[in-house]
Design a protein. Structure first.
Length: 440
């Protein structure tokens, strides 16, 4: 049995209250929103969520993959026979929804995946985006349940063999793909509940591995938090987003599929600033997506730190270090995987972390930018040393800028798929709010 954190129990008890307080209490009434809790693993920095799958309920701990194409489970372990499991028969609607499929196959591994390997089912290519390993697996449906009350029958997922989860934390049974596909988690929920269930979700990744929990909220809600200094005070962030367009990379960025647009969320960074000063030498060709799908900027929850194409990395780190030098902050030896490390001796701390130059991603015009402060920029190595939490992605990477999880923590991001826009707040720490302070 999974152990539930206080935060999850809180959400569960809230869901009870909510269902009691609804004006037309009816178990059939579709929810307007759903919430998944998010935890951060201390050493691997993987972000996970939990819900149940199957009948009877099998609790699942799953890696959260923002750009993942679909939900997939290790069907060999941690997922017992389920009476609501149905394999995706060739020619069925779920098969065509899951496309591009590899083909229609006989069960090849029947001995290992008891009950989860069937003849005449279609296979889908599934990628473990942490290890970039690909496997062909049976597509299937089963009931997922989120909290004690929301059952979603016939949810499409991939049923993988155990070796695909290698590289994920022990205890993780699979991956929740929130990507832009027909079988991505957000789109499946929306098409299931329809009507008032909006095709949007918000993500708030926790920074702390102990006390703090983050959230993914699907559907339309008000985003209300309390500040750390007063739990009775409400801070409503629903209208505090800045927006930029979500872009579709027309060429897949995954290793598992061909011939479909990328499931990743791309945004149009047009310039990068250090303390609001644009770095003029950046090669802007790298910032746009070319016809082969190379270049551009995407957001990732599986990359722990932002990865920049080499020439961009060099310019950002040089300019950042120059600003710190002017502040009399001494450079110290690199600490793998980081190259830019500094003594904390002349650095102060404030609400938004260590006081270092801000780095900004500028979008449509100079008034639309996402500014990163100390807590999202620096990684504390010790009391004496902090390092800039960016990595060099080498020359000619597939995507020039991959904004990673450390840079997303305690920021609220809203992915509005219907309107194709990303809403972002700056760090919530400025208002003494963390993701865990979300009020359902
Ligand atoms: C699967 O069944 C076994 C034996 O009945 C049980 O010990 C185990 O907890 C079950 N696993 C899940 C994930 O429900
Ligand atoms: C699949 O079909 C093959 C060949 O007809 C048969 O030998 C095998 O037992 C079947 N496997 C399952 C799981 O039904
Ligand atoms: C906390 O916030 C509530 C609601 O805004 C307010 O009534 C109360 O006075 C605040 N408490 C303190 C100690 O400031
Ligand atoms: C800018 O980047 C593009 C794409 O990698 C490259 O073809 C071009 O030569 C670069 N321009 C300069 C001035 O380095």
């Amino acid at each position: 049995m999974a152990t539930y954190s206080i935060f999850q129990l809180f959400i569960f008890s809230f869901l009870i209250l909510k269902s009691l307080s609804q004006t037309h209490p009816s178990p059939k009434q579709p929810p307007k929103s759903l919430i998944l809790p998010v935890s951060k693993h201390p050493s691997t920095l993987q972000y996970t969520t939990q819900f149940n799958l199957g009948t009877p309920l099998n609790p699942q701990t799953l890696l959260l993959d923002l750009g993942g194409r679909l939900l997939w489970i290790d069907c060999e372990n941690g997922y017992n026979h389920s009476s609501t499991y149905r394999p995706g028969l060739c020619g069925s609607a779920m098969c065509s929804a899951a496309k591009p499929i590899f083909g229609c196959e006989l069960c090849l591994f029947s001995s290992s995946k008891q009950g989860f390997c069937n003849n005449n089912t279609c296979l889908v290519a599934i990628e473990n985006t942490i290890t970039t390993t690909v496997q062909f697996a049976e597509i299937a449906i089963d009931t997922i349940s989120i909290g004690p009350f929301t059952m979603v029958p016939n949810f499409i997922f991939g049923c993988a063999s155990a070796w695909l989860i290698k590289g994920l934390d022990s205890g993780i049974n699979g991956v929740v793909g929130l990507g832009r596909t027909r079988i991505g988690f957000p789109t499946q929920l929306t098409s299931r509940f329809g009507g008032t269930f909006r095709r949007k979700f918000a993500l708030c990744l926790p920074s702390s591995t102990s006390k703090s929990n983050g959230i993914v909220v699907f559907g339309d809600v008000r985003y209300v938090f309390y500040p750390n200094y007063n739990k009775s005070k409400l801070i409503d962030l629903t209208t505090s987003f800045s927006f930029t367009k979500l872009l579709v990379n027309p060429v897949t960025t995954a290793d598992d599929v061909q011939g479909e647009p990328s499931a990743d969320y791309f945004i149009g960074v047009t310039s990068i600033t250090i303390n609001k000063k644009p770095i003029s030498q950046i090669n802007t060709t790298l910032l746009s997506i070319d016809k082969n799908g190379f270049g551009g900027t995407k957001i990732s929850t599986v990359k722990p730190y932002t990865v920049l194409e080499s020439s961009i990395y060099n310019l950002v780190t040089e300019n950042f270090a120059k600003e710190l030098e002017a502040m009399n902050v001494a450079r110290v030896a690199p600490m793998t995987p980081f190259t830019e490390c500094f003594s904390t001796k002349n650095l102060k701390y404030n609400l938004v972390g260590v006081e270092v130059p801000n780095i900004g991603f500028v979008f449509e015009n100079e008034d639309v930018y996402w500014e990163l402060h100390g807590a999202n920029l620096m990684v504390e190595i010790s009391r004496e040393v902090v390092c800039l939490g960016l990595l060099d992605g080498g020359l000619n990477p597939r995507t020039s800028i991959v904004i990673g999880a450390h840079q997303l923590e305690d920021n609220l991001l809203q992915f509005d798929l219907a309107a194709s826009k990303l809403g972002f707040t700056s760090t919530l720490l400025e208002q003494e709010v963390e993701c865990a302070n979300f009020i359902v």
